[in-house]
Design a protein around this ligand. Sequence first.
Ligand code: DCP
Ligand code: MG
Length: 395
Amino acid sequence: MGKRAILHVDMDAFYAAVEERENPALLGKPVVVGSEPKEGRGRGVVATANYAARRYGIGSAMPISEAWRRCPKAVYLRPRMRLYSEISRRVRQIFERFTDLIEPISIDEAFLDVTASRRLYGDGPTIAARIKSAIREEERLTASIGCAGSKFIAKIASDLDKPDGLVVVEEGQETQFLAPLPIGRLWGAGPKALERFRRLGCATIGEVATLDRDVLLRAFGDSMGDRFSRLSRGVDDRPVVSAHVRKSLGKETTFGEDVADRKVVERALLHLTEQVATSLRRKHLAGATVTVKLRWEGFETVTRRRTLREPVNTVEKIWPVAQELFRAADRPRLRVRLVGVTLSSLDRVASGQADLFVSDTGVDTRVAEAVDVLAERFGSGTVTRAALLEEAEDR
Ligand code: DCP
Ligand code: MG
């Protein structure tokens, strides 16, 4: 298994694919999404075209009038940005099931670092396949994914077998993979650089890789020269940087009817705690502050929190605290309307092998992750923590 597993995910013909999904009558027809598509006479440009329209040479950024000239019978549509953003958000939520290291690049494209997720969900290609099938099943859309040890290679790979592609570049295969590709694939190689490479006698990335680093430094300056030298040899260690850091993770539930029975309330709270713990581990997070929220009939609401010495992410560690906070805050005479539990003061937890053995938190996490795998396979709820439930029911 490679040192890092990076995925680059890019939706296929994104706006157009969404429009096809929304309107089955479009199926099989060329579809062009763009601004001012009025009978193709507008002065707008094409945002995207579906693959049927691309056969006419229509593509992003082309003037609509030109697209119209090439294919007047295509269906011309205005973009519906709200809808696309909403879908983009839901696709991101699919990514979040597998990693919290997500770097969105645009509305339909993101890098994912799934290095630490492999122990739980399978190797990079397996995770990529699972993401693709989740997008297909839940959104009825297709994505193309590149899987490699770096962002640079993953990005190129995702583009090579579009649509609905999955291209894997194994560790050690990078230079072979890059060699036949045109230099335009190198990041930062614009028209000027391409001309200079042509004069150096290079047309492919493989030819650039054979050049001396000094030659590249002289031709392109230190910064670009160094970049071309490294990229052409498949060297790219830039990290995937997530756009936002989550501050808390919690779940709450409002009962259909206010509940008097504390066994029922505690069981619900335990169930929520399990969900929060699973979700934390999935995102490789742990939280040091446990907050319990309680609302009674009449809408009076309290929250009680405690900060632990160490961040935790297992139900075994969270539940005793949550239960104690609940019992201390509870007013048993009143019926309960809502309970919730939230973990905050979040930290990323490494999930390499090493940390499994240094503390019992690690062992705890390992057991819990095994349960997660079972829950994934057989559906959550199959694996209940019998002992904890009994404790809750003993009251
Ligand atoms: N887009 C745009 N203007 C551009 C390029 C893109 O408005 N010049 C929008 C429309 C695309 C979306 O961004 O649907 C994603 O861009 P992509 O470059 O990923 O193109 P597609 O997803 O449409 O097609 P592909 O299958 O090639 O990724
Ligand atoms: Mg795309």
